[in-house]
Write a protein of this length. Structure first.
Lengths: 169, 250
């Protein structure tokens, strides 16, 4: 019992600490230029700094951005095919104390609540290092406006159809 | 005016001015209008990103252009044969290459008209979004070799096959196979077979370039790989059409 209490305290203390995942830290921040309340079609920028806090170089580092949809009932990872042109960066070797900074542009395709995270792994490292989440809510925007579409969609076939009548006379 | 230009003018006149020509123009615009009305009539579709909508419409225009080129291309030689007007055409003082050029000239003018009509639709669905101008340029630069290539293929098949129906069937099967990326998301084509198919398929080349230019905002000049696929397709089909028309009387 005497031993159990310190062990329990130690376990609780460890549980409250940030995950330690090797000698890498990743800092992820939205750009200050991002709109406060983004909507579909907006371009956002996220900035990450990956630092080697260890005393050995990290070889074959790869970092990538992920997007999670967290709308209730629709929780899922998002395929970034159309969201982000910059999906991953590779660093051949990251020296001790060195850092690599990356900008991650993102175009908002779909409305909803999302969490952005940048993760890194190396060729030989045993662990994955994630950044903190950057949360965002994307407002919906009807992109196709009927006042522009209807005149064209109805008018052009009507004009071509009218040529049949015109020619017949 | 040389004989090839005369043939091109006659073909273009039949395709654009005649009752039959205006019927396909009406069909083309009805398809594009239907797509537009789906976009405004469906809540989910109306929330699609502008770039995605433009990309879809550019793909549809390319597919319709290729379909028109196939139908008209088959009619160019096989139709003349079935109307018993092929022999007089072959006896006319014009080279076989000139006949192919003239027949394709008509298709090119019809494709140009399709491009012009599609501008209204692209503006209607995409003028508030990004890369509208780039999408038009990409459609003209990358769609044109695809469409004209299918026209050449159809001219060649029409010349080789004894029957217009057989030629049309073969050409339509080739078009449907080639146009399958219009329905299959790029993520579904990531297998080795899918990548190999994309590497040689002219419509895949055009669609991948459209995707990069319209959705990913990449430069058109960076799409030389995709453009090369389309140019090789155009060159091969041109050779096939010319060789097939030359071989008619042999």
């Amino acid at each position: 019992m005497k031993l159990a209490i310190p062990l329990l305290c130690a376990a609780l203390a460890l549980g409250s600490m940030p995950a330690i995942a090797g000698p890498l830290t990743i800092d992820l921040n939205p750009s200050a230029a991002n709109p406060v309340s983004p909507q579909m079609g907006d371009q956002l920028m996220f900035h990450s700094t990956i630092r080697n806090t260890g005393n050995q170089p990290i070889e074959g580092l790869i970092a990538w951005i992920s997007l999670l949809e967290v709308d209730q009932g629709h929780e899922q990872p998002v395929d970034l095919e159309d969201w982000s042109a910059q999906k991953a960066v590779r660093v051949r070797s990251l020296a001790p104390g060195a850092s690599v900074e990356t900008d991650w542009p993102m175009r908002l395709i779909q409305s909803g609540d999302y969490r952005v995270v940048v993760s890194a792994a190396s060729r030989e490292g045993a662990e994955l290092t994630p950044s903190h989440f950057a949360d965002l809510t994307v407002r919906s925007k009807p992109v196709v406006e009927s006042r522009r579409v209807l005149p064209v969609a109805l008018g052009i076939p009507a004009l071509i159809g009218a040529t049949f009548l015109f020619r017949r006379r | 005016m040389n004989a090839a230009s005369l043939i091109a003018r006659k073909e273009a006149g039949e395709l654009v001015v005649s009752r039959r020509g205006r019927a396909w123009l009406l069909t083309l615009t009805a398809v594009l209008s239907g797509f537009c009305l789906l976009l405004v009539g469906d809540t989910e579709l109306s929330l699609l990103d502008n770039a995605q909508v433009i990309y879809d419409m550019v793909g549809i225009v390319t597919g319709l252009g290729a379909l028109l080129a196939v139908i008209v291309g088959i009619d160019a030689i096989a139709g003349e044969r079935e109307r018993s007007s092929l022999v007089p055409l072959l006896l006319a003082p014009i080279s076989r290459g000139g006949i192919v050029a003239g027949k394709l000239g008509g298709q090119a003018i019809a494709w140009l008209l399709m491009l012009l009509l599609s501008l209204f639709y692209l503006w209607a669905v995409g003028s508030t979004g990004q890369n509208l101008f780039e999408s038009v340029v990409a459609l003209a630069v990358l769609g044109t070799p695809v469409v004209l290539g299918f026209g050449f293929l159809a001219i060649g098949l029409g010349a080789r096959m004894g029957s217009a129906r057989v030629g049309l069937s073969v050409a339509l099967i080739a078009l449907i196979l080639s146009a399958s990326p219009l329905l299959l998301d790029p993520s579904l084509r990531q297998s080795a077979i899918g990548r190999a198919f994309d590497a040689v398929n002219p419509i895949s080349g055009a669609l991948n370039a459209y995707d990069a230019v319209i959705i990913d905002s990449q430069g058109l000049l960076a799409q030389t790989g995709h453009g090369l696929v389309d140019l090789v397709w155009l060159a091969l089909t041109l050779w096939f059409a010319t060789a097939s028309v030359r071989a008619i009387s042999r």
